[in-house]
Ligand binder design. Structure first.
Ligand SMILES: N[C@@H](CCC(=O)N[C@@H](CS)C(=O)NCC(=O)O)C(=O)O
Length: 212
């Protein structure tokens, strides 16, 4: 049995939950993190020394880092379409997974989403935010420009990279910011929202994060 530790409102936990659902893997999930606490214990630290969620246990082994977990699940349980065996094909998808963690996460979560959640309108550093939003537009244009004609990053069916990239799009397209015209990305996001697994595990309100 696979066990996941992490609250459903964490985007990194959502990444793992969506992957499990796409792969049809039985699992249980334990609420920790955020209001549930539980990360600051020796037991949790033994599972993830960073004291962050998600953590996944498969058999006797523990894993952390959401994208690494998705790659593990894909390699172990995924079909050829979810985890291509050809090294070049896989690397071309994996670059989007790395790009998400190294480029998109800082551009979106660090410089736009989190400052907007942490500070009420009127109490934000508007200049820094405007700079962040402008940069984010450029980053999203890179993805928009490279989305293939097929429905998903690797073709007609979603693969591991769609999960890592796509999880952030719900917050991106529902946040009250100006977005450039991104026709391919909008269509791609639209397709994701039609997937029951995406609707269930990713399209979860983040209103609780807003400064009161
Ligand atoms: N790079 C890590 C980041 C993990 C992370 O930052 N997790 C956040 C939630 S999204 C966390 O544990 N925050 C503390 C908490 O929820 O209490 C990953 O992708 O798994």
């Amino acid at each position: 049995m696979i066990t996941v530790w992490g609250r459903t409102t964490s985007s990194n936990v959502q990444t793992v939950m969506w992957a499990l659902a796409e792969l049809g893997l039985e699992h249980e999930r334990i609420d920790v993190g955020g209001p549930f606490g539980g990360l600051d214990t020796p037991e949790f630290s033994a599972m993830n020394p960073n004291r962050l969620i998600p953590v996944l246990r498969d058999g006797d082994e523990y894993l952390w880092e959401s994208a690494s977990i998705v790659r593990y699940l894909a390699a172990r349980y995924g079909s050829e379409r979810f985890w291509p065996t050809d090294p070049l094909k896989r690397a071309k998808l994996d670059q989007w997974s790395d790009w998400t963690k190294t480029t998109l996460v800082p551009a979106f979560l660090t410089h736009v989403f989190q400052p907007m959640m942490r500070n009420k309108p009127g109490e934000r550093d508007e200049a820094a935010l405007a700079k962040g939003i402008a940069n984010l537009g450029k980053v999203m244009r890179v993805l928009d420009g490279r989305l293939p004609a097929g429905a998903y990053l690797g073709g007609n069916e979603p693969c591991f990279a769609d999960v890592v990239v796509g999880v952030l799009l719900y917050r991106y397209f529902t946040l009250e910011i100006e977005r450039p015209a991104l026709p391919h990305l909008e269509a791609y996001y639209g397709r994701l929202t039609e997937r029951p697994a995406y609707a269930r595990h990713v399209m979860i309100s983040y209103d609780f994060m807003r400064a009161k």
